[in-house]
Design a binder for this molecule. Sequence first.
Ligand code: SF4
Length: 102
Amino acid sequence: MDRRLFIQCIPLLAVSSGLAAQNRDGSERVDPTSPNAVALGYTRDHRDVASRWRKKAQDSEGLQRCDTCAQFSGEQSGEGRCRIFSGNTVSASGWCNAWTRR
Ligand code: SF4
């Protein structure tokens, strides 16, 4: 992640507790309609990226997915934790503008 994007994400990291759907492990599933998710263009399916983000999301032939992102870990049943969203759960096939190559 470049420095500018990281700095843009700091406020999101600080306030990302307002997320929905708690999982068994205590993490919460990121709600794509929450303000933080909307700000980063998060979607549960990388093929449904909003038009404003599409050029970036698809610039590497569909390889930009949460499960190929450096921020993603602990995949289980198609979901895993994302450091950008305070360790809460995102879809393995999701995407957001903070995607970073592993
Ligand atoms: S930072 Fe990476 S793992 Fe987290 S939502 Fe964005 S693309 Fe997915």
